[in-house]
Design a protein around this ligand. Structure first.
Ligand code: NAI
Length: 242
């Protein structure tokens, strides 16, 4: 059995990634924080495409909770390990910096960046020992280019990109790759409040992307065919920023 963990997999891009990796033959560990209903729907869809999975509840910002979840999993899976990790959990709390409440700065950074550390570090040991692993971090166009109103989000995703590059160099020899995916505008709950028609005028492809399109890219990056790609940031934005 090959195990893949997707954080924040109760909806949106996380759910699409979970389903695609299930199609690829992975057993999917579906992390969720609050929406058990959403996570259960993801599990249903994982089963519908012919694979299997389980729910794993934790808040990525809570290192203690993550540890308890991983320790419990390890007890039930002696000799096995999670070989694919997709750090997808993320939120945005947009505001001009001048008006940004300090807690919105911390919350956005905590989920994307501290969450990356909390979840990735405990899984590294086995990936290195087994000499195979794949880590994909869901960053953002905002983390490459910076977008107004997103100083917190850009800092979080920019930090995630830098961490991706540094970690990739640390562990490349062990056959563990670390890459980031940087989506532009993707149709999910996160972009629900935006004026899609108006914003699409500035996108060369003329539309928002889909969660399935992001999932296809993640699927390639975790595959054996992508063994020689590490420390990269792959944009998926319809030509919005190149
Ligand atoms: P979404 O809002 O549909 O999904 C976000 C997921 O993260 C949810 O399942 C949520 O429960 C989970 N999450 C939030 N806080 C968490 C926590 N503390 N612990 C565990 N899970 C937590 O949004 P979407 O669009 O699917 O976003 C997925 C990722 O893609 C995020 O990292 C986001 O920043 C990134 N992204 C999305 C873009 C878009 O246009 N939709 C563009 C660029 C990046």
């Amino acid at each position: 059995m090959k195990y893949a963990l997707v954080t924040g997999a109760s909806k949106g891009i996380g759910r699409a990634v979970a389903i695609q990796l299930a199609r690829d033959g992975y057993y999917i560990i579906i992390n969720y924080n609050s929406s058990k209903v959403g996570a259960t729907k993801t599990l249903d869809e994982v089963q519908q495409v012919g694979s299997a999975g389980e729910l794993m509840k934790f808040d990525v910002t809570d290192a203690g909770e993550v540890k308890v979840a991983f320790d419990g999993w390890a007890q039930n899976h002696a000799g096995e390990y999670i070989e694919v990790l997709v750090n997808n959990a993320g939120i945005r709390k947009d505001n001009l910096m001048m008006w940004m409440p300090e807690e919105d700065w911390h919350e956005v950074l905590n989920i994307s960046l501290q969450g990356f550390f909390n979840v990735t570090q405990p899984l590294l040991k086995n990936m290195l020992a087994k000499k195979f692993g794949r880590i994909v971090n869901i960053a953002s166009l905002s983390g490459i280019k910076g977008l107004p109103g997103q100083v917190n989000y850009a800092a979080a995703k920019g930090g995630l990109i830098a961490a991706t590059k540094a970690l990739a160099l640390e562990i490349a020899r062990k056959n563990v790759t670390v890459n980031a995916v940087a989506p532009g505008f993707i149709s999910t709950d996160m972009t629900q409040g935006l004026d899609e028609k108006e914003l699409s005028k500035n996108i060369p492809a003329g539309r928002f992307g889909t969660a399935d399109e992001v999932a296809s890219l993640v699927s390639f990056l975790v595959s054996k065919q992508a063994s020689y790609i590490t420390g990269e940031v792959i944009s998926i934005n319809g030509g919005l920023y190149t």
